[in-house]
Design a protein around this ligand. Structure first.
Ligand code: SF4
Length: 426
C-alpha cells in the first residue's frame, strides 16, 4: 500500500531518513537571520508600496492564557484583559499611517494570528475587527477558549477560514506541555464554527512531542478526522534550542528521536490518506472536494495557503513581518518596545531586507514549483531524488511525484544550491 500511496519504492519513514529536514520552510527567502538592514525609514517602504492591487494584512495578537512549553511563537501570558486595550490602540494607530498615505488601498485578506487571538475579551475582539475593512478574514483560535459569543462576533464579519491550534488530543501529551485542552473543547469549537458559518475549518497538529507514540497519534487523527476539517496542517515540533529552558520547564521534555518522529509522521499521513485528504505540500493536507482542492494556482505566504493571496502583506503588531516583491520588514519583537516605538509618528522599522534581483528570481521560481509541482530542467542534477522517486524526469522538466510532495523543502533546497553554484540568477 505504501508503494502506491507515495509513488516510491520506499516507505515514507525510510525516505525521511534518507532526506532529513533541511530546516527551511521557504516562506521567507532569505530567512530573517540574514536580514541585515537596520532602522529602515517607513517612507522608504512607502516608496516601494503601491495600492493598485489589494493588500493582505496580518495582525499579531501575542496574548495567551498559559504557556505551552513547546511554543516558539512571540507570546505574552496574561490573566485578564488589562493589556489588550493599549495594544489594540497601537495596531489601529499603526494602520492609520497606511490609511493616511494610501487612502485608496483595499484589503483582500485579513489574517489574525498569535498568540491566541481569542484570548481577547469579546469587546476587544469586536473593536479590533470593526476598525478594518476587508474582503475575507482568517483567524487562529484556541479551541479551549472558543465561546458562542466569540462565534457570534466573528459571524458578523466575512470569515473565510478559522484555524484551530489543536496540536494533539492525548491528555498525557498535552498535560506534559502544560496545555489545558480537552477533546470535547475541540468538538464544541468545530460545532460552533459550523453553526455560525465561519468558512473553512483548518486544524493544526504537531508530531515529535514528548510522550507521543504511533498509538496516541493514530487516536488523535481518528478523532480529528471524524470531524472532517477542510484543511489539516501536520507540522514537526519546531527545534528551538534558544527556548530550551521554556521547553524543559514542565514535565518530561526529551526531544523525540528522529526515527520516532518519522514513524509518527507516516502514521498521521496514512490516516489522512485513508480519509481522503490530499497532500498540498509543506505539511498541508486538504479534504478532497473541499474548496481548496479545486483551487487553481495555489500560492503560499507566511500566513496561509490560498488561491487569492496578495503580493503585498502588511504586518501589524509586535514581531509582525511585512513584505512585497521588493522588501521584507519586521516590527519590534519585544512588546514593550513595539508599544513605545515612535508613539507620535511612526518612522522606522527596526530591521528589514531589500531583495536583490537574485532573491526575486529565486522567490518566483520557488512559488512556481509550489503552484505547478514542476521544475523546468536547465541541466539540473536531481539524480538522488529521481532514484528515490521524489521527482520524475520528463522531456525538459522534472515533475514532483506524490512521494516528492512530502519533500518540497528538500527539493527547493537542492534547487537553490544548484542555482547558487551555477550562479544562474545572480
Ligand atoms: S496557545 Fe498557542 S501561541 Fe499560546 S503558548 Fe500555546 S501554542 Fe503558543
Amino acid at each position: 500500500m505504501l508503494q502506491t500511496d507515495y509513488s516510491s519504492r520506499y516507505s515514507l519513514s525510510h525516505l525521511m531518513e534518507v532526506f532529513p529536514s533541511p530546516g527551511k520552510r521557504y516562506t521567507l527567502s532569505p530567512t530573517p537571520s540574514k536580514w541585515r538592514q537596520r532602522d529602515i525609514l517607513i517612507q522608504n517602504w512607502f516608496d516601494h508600496l503601491n495600492d493598485q492591487a489589494p493588500w493582505d494584512l496580518y495582525i499579531h495578537i501575542p496574548f495567551c492564557k498559559s504557556i505551552c512549553t513547546f511554543c516558539g511563537c512571540n507570546v505574552k501570558i496574561t490573566e485578564g484583559h488589562d493589556q489588550e486595550g493599549i495594544y489594540i490602540d497601537k495596531i489601529i494607530q499603526e494602520w492609520s499611517f497606511y490609511k493616511k498615505e494610501f487612502p485608496q488601498a483595499k484589503v483582500n485578506n485579513l489574517f489574525i494570528g498569535g498568540g491566541t487571538p481569542n484570548a481577547l475579551s469579546d469587546k476587544n475582539l469586536a473593536r479590533l475587527l470593526e476598525n478594518f475593512e476587508f474582503e475575507g478574514l482568517s483567524i487562529e483560535l484556541a479551541p479551549q477558549l472558543f465561546t458562542e459569543s466569540q462565534a457570534k462576533i466573528l459571524s458578523q464579519f466575512k470569515v473565510r477560514r478559522v484555524s484551530f491550534g489543536v496540536q494533539d488530543l492525548d491528555q498525557h501529551v498535552l498535560q506534559n506541555v502544560n496545555r489545558q485542552q480537552k477533546t470535547e473543547d475541540v468538538y464544541n469549537a468545530l460545532f460552533l464554527a459550523r453553526k455560525y458559518g465561519l468558512g473553512d475549518i483548518s486544524i493544526d497538529l504537531i508530531y515529535g512531542m514528548p510522550l507521543q507514540t504511533s498509538h496516541t497519534i493514530e487516536k488523535t487523527f481518528t478523532k480529528i478526522l471524524s470531524q472532517y476539517p477542510d484543511l489539516v496542517y501536520y507540522y514537526p515540533l519546531a527545534h528551538v534550542p534558544w527556548q530550551a529552558s521554556r521547553q524543559k520547564a514542565y514535565g518530561h521534555f526529551e526531544s523525540t528521536a528522529q526515527k520516532q518522529k518519522n514513524i509518527l509522521y507516516e502514521k498521521g499521513v496514512n490516516k489522512l490518506n485513508q480519509e481522503g485528504y490530499k497532500n498540498l505540500g509543506f505539511n498541508a493536507f486538504v479534504l478532497k472536494d473541499s474548496s481548496l482542492d479545486y483551487s487553481h494556482s495555489l500560492k503560499r505566504n507566511i500566513c496561509s495557503i490560498g488561491s487569492d493571496l496578495s503580493s503585498t502583506l502588511i504586518g501589524l503588531g509586535v514581531s509582525s513581518i511585512t513584505s512585497n516583491n521588493k522588501m521584507y520588514l519586521q516590527n519590534h519583537k519585544i512588546i514593550e518596545k513595539y508599544l513605545h516605538s515612535d508613539q507620535k509618528e511612526r518612522k522606522l522599522f527596526p530591521i528589514g531586507y531589500i531583495k536583490s534581483e537574485y532573491d526575486i528570481s529565486l522567490e518566483s521560481i520557488f512559488q512556481k514549483v509550489f503552484e505547478d509541482k514542476v521544475i523546468k530542467d536547465q541541466n539540473y542534477n536531481f539524480t538522488n531524488m529521481t532514484r528515490y522517486g521524489l521527482l520524475e524526469k520528463n522531456k525538459g522538466f522534472y515533475k514532483v511525484t506524490e512521494a516528492g510532495l512530502h519533500f518540497l523543502p528538500h527539493i527547493l533546497d537542492q534547487l537553490e544550491k544548484q542555482l547558487h553554484s551555477n550562479n544562474r540568477y545572480s
